[in-house]
Design a binder for this molecule. Structure first.
Ligand SMILES: C[S@@+](CC[C@H](N)C(=O)[O-])C[C@H]1O[C@@H](n2cnc3c(N)ncnc32)[C@H](O)[C@@H]1O
Length: 258
């Protein structure tokens, strides 16, 4: 399944980032959480693959070591454009490029750290992307990848399964907190995982429906997801009427590899 339609522009991603921002309780800024675990120091050269709209760097701009040299890449032109716009006023030194993680060219200088944040599950030839990434690291450099658990947002998953829809996270099952270490271990001798468990507390059904709609183009039949939303909404509302909120559990994490 291709993620091209999903990521042509940054609107779907932005909807989901805003969803997590608004309803994660207690609130944890995932970009801050990740940054706080990266072994960064001043002057380093960093590469991000699948950078999306540059949210991670914009959000962390004031919290970074000095003089980082950033190379941000994504295979979607729309995302790279959004990242360039997003980073324009941050004062960060960044070059942005449209290139697939599998097709990155050799780089003489090398990188101190490569970040792959919530993107490896989309990469068609993951072994190639991981081998290329490893070849681009300086000796002792770090490869850092984030992802979700396979049981991510299981309450939402259950609603979609009731509708006969294959939950979109089946798509992300290609690279999860559970199966990621084994895949990374083929390319890196040291792989450590840290997990962040949390929950989303939704006070209204609209937010849940907007989230589901933002994922529609990840399903084989986006139209059936949109149609199912009319049936999912009253089910979510019934839980809110009963419990005061619709609560969704989530587990994300960071692999730190060398
Ligand atoms: C879920 S988004 C994550 C974006 C960003 N890293 C973040 O955490 O906000 C996945 C991103 O990976 C990009 N992507 C998918 N396949 C890719 C590939 N093979 N090479 C580079 N980028 C890819 C998509 O265009 C999208 O921007």
């Amino acid at each position: 399944m291709s993620s091209d339609a999903q990521y042509q522009r940054d609107n779907n991603l932005a909807t989901r980032i805003a969803f997590h921002e608004s309803y994660t309780a207690p609130y944890v800024d995932f970009s801050h959480w990740v940054l706080d675990r990266l072994p960064l120091s001043a002057g380093q050269r960093l590469l991000e693959i699948g950078c999306g709209n540059g949210e991670f760097w914009a959000r962390n701009a004031g919290r970074l070591p000095k003089d980082l040299k950033l190379v941000l890449t994504d295979n979607s032109g729309g995302m790279v454009e959004a990242a360039e716009t997003r980073l324009a006023d941050t004062g960060l030194s960044a070059t942005c490029e449209v290139v697939s993680a599998e097709d990155l060219r050799a780089d003489e200088e090398g990188f101190d750290l490569i970040l792959a944040k919530h993107m490896l599950y989309h990469v068609t030839d993951r072994p190639k992307a991981l081998a290329v990434s490893r070849s681009l690291l300086k000796p002792g450099g770090y490869f850092c990848a984030t992802s979700n658990s396979g049981s991510y947002m299981q309450q939402l998953q259950a609603l979609l399964t009731e509708e006969g829809l294959e939950w979109y996270s089946n798509f992300t099952d290609e690279f999860t907190l559970e199966n990621g270490a084994e895949q990374l271990g083929r390319y890196f001798s040291k792989v450590e995982l840290e997990v962040l468990a949390g929950q989303l507390v939704l006070p209204n059904a609209d937010a849940v429906i907007e989230y589901v709609k933002s994922t529609a183009s990840l399903f084989p039949e986006p139209g059936s997801v949109l149609a199912a939303c009319d049936r999912i909404r009253p089910k979510v509302q019934a839980v809110i009427d009963r419990d005061g909120a619709f609560t969704i559990s989530k587990q994300a994490g960071l692999f730190l590899c060398q």
